[in-house]
Design a protein around this ligand. Structure first.
Ligand SMILES: [Fe+2]
Ligand SMILES: [Fe+2]
Length: 298
């Protein structure tokens, strides 16, 4: 796994120290901290209406409020399920790197990261099983092109760039729902607590990803760097499309769930909504030179 030790500047070391200390100061026991309602009423918004996958399209106006609320329930269970599966994947990668020579410097922070993500995975799964009696299956993995060639610098960069993107995308939803006073406290609490931990992970991730990008550029050809950019862009689109889940549409009672997914993927009104979700990570990828433009594959 390891190559040369990650070379880092003082700024990164200071950031690591600060974030590690903050993780220690803000440490909580999720098994004690969460107050779970016994049950959640179906007749309420489980997710802010503007976060629904049909928002911004004619389908949003076509469904009555009861249907939209049912959709908000199952879309929220899908959102937390995506978190559970995303966290499993990122934990596997970080566990594979903690206390290896290449990642000696951030290893202290990795311990907090691993501990916190394990707990996030627990509370998201708990929400799904308590209130939805299920977890949705995760999306299939998106294979890295040329990944049979062993290019450690490409792998390291992509692993952490994907983690960062995933965390920033999720944080958009968490922030909105934590602030939405029309949602019940159990829902707001899950989103608020996750957002508080993720602000540390995102600050760390941005710094680490910038370093790993610089290292990758020094190690591989310009053509390979362009391929990696294209792969990451496909990952962005793939992640956005995981919100258009036909199993959710079926559980919400919509007819022709596969057609709903197709319609939404093709709907012009969704592009603006998707751009809002990815505004911050996209701006970061552009500013740091990871993306040379903001054109995404269709
Ligand atoms: Fe998390
Ligand atoms: Fe995280």
């Amino acid at each position: 796994m390891a190559t040369a030790t990650l070379e880092v500047n003082d700024r990164f070391r200071e950031l690591l120290d600060r974030l590690t200390q903050k993780s220690i100061d803000d440490y909580y026991n999720p098994y004690q901290r969460f107050v779970w309602a016994d049950s959640l009423e179906d007749d309420q918004w489980w997710m802010s209406p503007e976060l629904l996958s049909v928002h911004g399209t004619p389908l949003f106006d076509a469904y009555d409020e009861k249907t939209l609320k049912a959709l908000s329930k199952w879309e929220s269970i899908n959102f937390y399920s995506l978190n559970v599966h995303g966290i499993r994947e990122l934990l596997i990668e970080v566990v594979g790197r903690v206390q290896t020579p290449a990642f000696d410097v951030p290893s202290d922070f990795f311990h907090h990261f691993i501990g916190e993500e394990n707990e996030h995975m627990w509370f998201f799964a708990e929400f799904c099983k308590r209130y939805g009696q299920k977890l949705y299956a995760g999306p299939p993995a998106l294979k890295i092109p040329g990944s049979d060639q062993h290019e450690i610098e490409v792998e390291n960069f992509l692993v952490f760039a994907r983690i960062l993107f995933f965390e920033e995308m999720v944080d958009y939803y968490n922030t909105k729902m934590a602030q939405d006073t029309s949602l019940c406290e159990t829902i707001r609490q899950v989103n608020r607590i996750h957002h508080e931990d993720e602000s540390r992970h995102i600050a760390f991730g941005r710094e680490l990803v910038s370093h790993l990008h610089t290292r990758m550029k020094a190690a591989v050809s310009a053509e390979r760097v362009r391929e990696v950019e294209q792969y990451l862009k496909r990952y962005v689109v793939f992640s956005l499309y995981s919100f258009y889940n036909p199993h959710v549409y079926r559980d919400a009672g919509l007819s022709d769930p596969l057609k709903v997914r197709e319609t939404l993927i093709a709907a012009e009104g969704r592009r603006a909504a998707e751009r809002k979700v990815i505004r911050k990570p996209l701006a970061f990828f552009l500013k740091s030179g990871i993306f040379t433009d903001d054109v995404l594959p269709v």
